[in-house]
Design a protein around this ligand. Structure first.
Ligand code: EPZ
Length: 423
């Protein structure tokens, strides 16, 4: 297994190109199943989760053309043929977002067999609201032998209210509803930019959707959708992670392609902590200059994103004073705390809050990544720690960050990839 070896201390300086958004590319790729034919996608990030999604689409019968993908982040997916409505456990267990083929398969083939996603390090993460939505649209849904088995001769539009705001739940039901008979109204829908991106990609395929980006999304079912060409939006969480990297190292970075409008809550919080952030024509410029403590509470969009909680915690470990970080979206998203404590951080957990008291220095250590964003926080801590930090199990990181160590090295970080010692 790969690991990262980081020698801390360098102030990061220079430009970073922000990649396409993982959490937008995954649902848009699944949506191609709804419109038989050749779709062309641009600015697709090169990530393990993207590879898994392309493998899943191929398993379902799609043809993926990756020619050029290594150079220009573009690829084509031809979904003219659908040979199977089954998403196997082997793939779903590696990426729970595979659940996003459920809606498109039901709408396209009238049936779907999707392995139930298993447990997750950050929380229980049930999919009951996805299934409730499919049932409301008229599907018969059963759970058998670890699989969701859903059938519907014809989906019918319905009024669906989500008990809690769910990103992939909203996306999945929206994708099922675009070809349902009649009108569907989703209330308490998720507001995340990735949901808006999916809705707009579906509209480009011929869907009738309005209200995306608000709590009420209205969908008028259509008979057919057609293939489309689409460019994936920039990754706001990758951009947020690099804002934190500039801040924690006391450096200065220009994040090319980053969108300030998607990062309002993150920018506000980082400015509160003393980070200078400027919006520029081609992105965001961030400059770190001494950090002060702030409190942060994760919320659904447009609140402070849970996917930035671990990264801001690493940063606040080096800030002047005491910060309180409260996680309200997932019930078990403090796995990085013990690893940061191994590096000398002063963090106490009280219920759903972490009390972080800034320390004058962190020291390099061997630490273990437990999930995608936790691994990013350990890399950030390693960038400022004295001595050498080894981040193990970085397969978590490769799921959601494209060539992170190359991008960091380009702006001055002393970081390299190595192999973990065989047990
Ligand atoms: C999406 O996950 C993202 N993943 C996550 O990013 C992100 O952390 C999360 O939204 C919140 O912003 C993708 O987009 C692929 P939710 P999702 O359904 O859709 C509860 C990353 O690091 N819930 O919005 O799975 C759930 O348990 C990943 O890139 C139900 O109870 O999250 C949670 O407490 C990690 N029943 C809350 O809702 C359901 O059926 C929000 O989860 C669905 C969700």
């Amino acid at each position: 297994m790969d690991k990262l070896i980081i020698r801390g201390g360098a102030r990061l300086r220079g430009e970073v190109n922000i990649s396409g958004a993982k959490n937008a590319a995954l649902p848009v790729l699944c949506a191609t199943l709804l419109a038989p034919g050749r779709h062309v996608l641009h600015n697709v990030p090169r990530l393990r989760d993207i590879d898994t999604t392309l493998e899943l689409l191929t398993t379902l019968g799609a043809e993926v053309d990756r020619a050029g993908f290594e150079h220009d982040h573009s690829l084509a997916v031809n979904t003219a043929k659908l040979s199977s409505p089954r998403a196997p456990y082997e793939l779903v267990k590696t990426m729970r977002a595979s659940i996003l083929v459920l809606g498109p398969l039901l709408a396209r083939a009238g049936e779907a067999e999707v392995s139930l996603p298993g447990g997750c390090a950050i929380g229980a993460r049930p999919v009951n609201l996805h299934l409730k939505g499919m049932e409301a649209l008229g599907a018969e849904v059963k759970i058998e032998h670890g699989y969701i088995r859903a059938k519907a001769a014809a989906l019918k539009g319905a009024e669906i209210s989500f008990d809690v705001s769910t990103v992939t739940g909203t996306e999945n039901v929206m994708m099922a509803a675009v070809k349902a008979e009649g009108r569907t109204v989703l209330t308490n829908a998720a507001l995340e930019p990735e949901v808006v991106e999916l809705a707009e990609a579906l509209v480009k395929m011929g869907a009738k959707i309005k209200g995306q980006g608000t709590e009420v999304i209205e969908i008028e079912g259509v008979k057919e959708l057609h293939p489309a060409e689409w460019t994936i939006m920039p990754d706001r969480i990758e951009a947020g992670t690099f804002l934190a990297a500039a801040a924690i190292t006391g450096g200065e970075l220009l994040l090319k392609g980053a969108r300030a409008d998607h990062l309002a809550a993150v920018i506000t919080k980082l400015r509160e902590a003393g980070v200078k952030i400027e919006e520029q024509e081609d992105g965001l410029r961030a400059q770190g200059d001494g950090l002060r403590a702030v409190d942060a509470t994760t919320r659904t969009y447009p609140g402070f994103p849970t996917d930035m909680q671990a990264q801001i915690m690493a940063l606040l470990c080096r800030a002047q004073g005491l910060s309180v970080i409260t996680e309200t979206v997932f019930e078990n998203r403090f796995m990085h705390v013990q690893e940061l404590q191994r590096m000398g951080a002063n963090i106490k957990i009280q219920g759903r809050s972490a009390i972080v008291t800034g320390v004058p220095k962190l020291s390099g250590a061997s630490v273990m990544a437990t999930d995608l964003r936790a691994s990013a926080s350990l890399v950030l801590a390693g960038l400022v720690a004295e001595g050498t930090t080894e981040v193990l199990r970085i397969y978590h990181l490769d799921r959601g960050y494209e060539a992170l160590e190359d991008k960091l090295r380009k702006v001055g970080a002393n970081i390299e990839r190595g192999k973990e010692a065989k047990p």
